[in-house]
Ligand binder design. Structure first.
Ligand SMILES: *Cc1c(COP(=O)(O)O)cnc(C)c1O
Length: 398
């Protein structure tokens, strides 16, 4: 017997749920790519993308996943042999650093481990120690989707200013844009990158890079840049073809128009608040479960937890057992514990993550939590009482 029939819910931290409205907008014949509707639609996207990122600067859209956006940001600002400082707060910061290493850039890491946010004071000290300003850029992830941490980007900018260091601040917002508050210009971010498949509620396939004038000045001397990734050629080009260095991502653009409309209709502030409240509901439930038995948060400090994803620890192999039970019996799939330990390590089976980003509402989150509660009971995993009441109270207080 299984109760998994019905609409399956992929509650992993990306790709996130694609709204029916977005799917419907994409379900159409191929458009002409030389004239007409698609061209106008493309031009309409840029003001909305700027608003999403809190910037007056130009966004560039690549046909790429997040890794492509990472590479684009580095290629346009760095030369082989340049040095960057990676703010190490999990797998994704490390991954961005690996892309840089592969491009011939020297990577230094200021490590904070897998269970804490970056300490601004330590960043100030690391930059102050770089007296001849060899570090060209600081790479930081706003939300590390593996550990579930949220870094304080404003505080990290202030830390750089305190050290009077001229490095660019480059921020990975792949898990957080359209989920968490982010204000590129007000916070002094030079380059921000994101992707389509998380807060933007689209399938994977679009990578976005936002850059300011300081970053564009770095582009003058960057020898890592190649024709395809060159953001200048793609910014306000005379010829439509150059926006995408070739055929545009036709159906993704129709989907993006729809998802940006959905965000505008709800209001970006409301989108951020919705994610915050739903995250609080998840945390209240997890705290109740953890009040007895082994369940614990990967990030103990509430103030530094992301509103996009919650990373939890059980005892091995119960994280994996719980995930498998939910998929088989409740029609909900939770995230695996990537980047914490190697997949061949038995401890890998401790972890699970609850994605709560993008097209999520109260019943999806409460249903997921109730399904986890059922799974804990079905598997006789020790847990504290009152989780669902606690989550419902958060939702009821709206
Ligand atoms: C998902 C994610 C990435 C990687 O994106 P891909 O589309 O898988 O290349 C990078 N950084 C963060 C923070 C992410 O959440």
């Amino acid at each position: 017997m299984s109760l998994a029939q019905g609409r399956h819910y992929l509650a992993i931290p990306g790709p996130s749920v694609v709204p029916d409205r977005v799917l419907a907008a994409m379900h159409r014949p191929a458009p002409n790519i030389y004239t007409g509707e698609l061209l106008e639609l493309t031009h309409s996207l840029f003001p909305d993308l700027r608003q999403l990122a809190g910037t007056r600067h130009e966004p560039v859209i690549y046909i790429a996943n997040g890794h492509g956006a990472w590479e684009a940001a580095l290629a346009n600002t760095l030369s082989r042999g340049d040095r960057v400082l990676v703010v190490g707060t999990g797998r994704f910061a490390a991954g961005w650093g690996q892309i840089a290493t592969g491009m011939g850039v020297e990577v230094e890491t200021l490590e904070f481990g897998l269970r804490a946010a970056a300490d601004p004071q330590a960043l100030t000290e690391a930059l102050a120690a770089d007296r001849d300003h060899a570090i060209r850029a600081v790479l930081v992830v706003q939300v590390d989707t593996a550990s579930g941490v949220r870094n304080d980007i404003r505080a990290l900018r202030r830390a750089m200013d305190e050290a009077e260091h001229p490095a660019l601040l480059m921020v990975d917002c792949i898990a957080s844009m359209g989920v968490e508050r982010f204000e590129m210009d007000a916070w002094g971010v030079d380059v921000a990158v994101t992707g389509s498949q998380k807060g933007l509620m689209l399938p994977p396939g679009l990578g976005f890079v936002f850059y300011n004038e300081r970053a564009d000045r770095a582009r003058d001397r960057a020898n890592c840049v190649t024709a395809y990734w060159d953001w200048r050629a793609r910014t306000n080009p005379e010829i439509y073809y150059q926006y995408f260095c070739g055929t545009p991502p036709t159906h993704m653009l129709f989907g993006l128009r729809e998802s940006l409309d959905m965000i505008a209709e709800e209001g970006l502030q409301n989108v951020w608040t919705r994610h915050q409240i739903l995250a609080h509901a998840v945390w209240e439930a997890c705290e109740a479960w953890g009040s007895e038995g082994p369940m614990e948060f990967n990030i103990a400090d509430r103030a530094r937890r992301s509103h996009a994803v919650t990373s939890m620890r059980l005892t091995a192999p119960h994280g994996t057992e719980l995930r498998e039970w939910l998929t088989a019996n409740a029609g909900v799939t939770l995230g695996i514990g990537i980047g914490m330990v190697a997949p061949e390590d038995p401890e890998w089976h401790r972890f699970f993550r609850i994605g709560h980003m993008g097209h999520v509402n109260a019943h999806m989150v409460l249903g997921t939590l109730a399904s986890i509660d059922a799974g804990l009971k079905a598997l006789s995993l020790p847990h504290g009482p009152g989780a669902l009441e606690a989550a419902a109270r958060v939702v009821a207080q709206v």
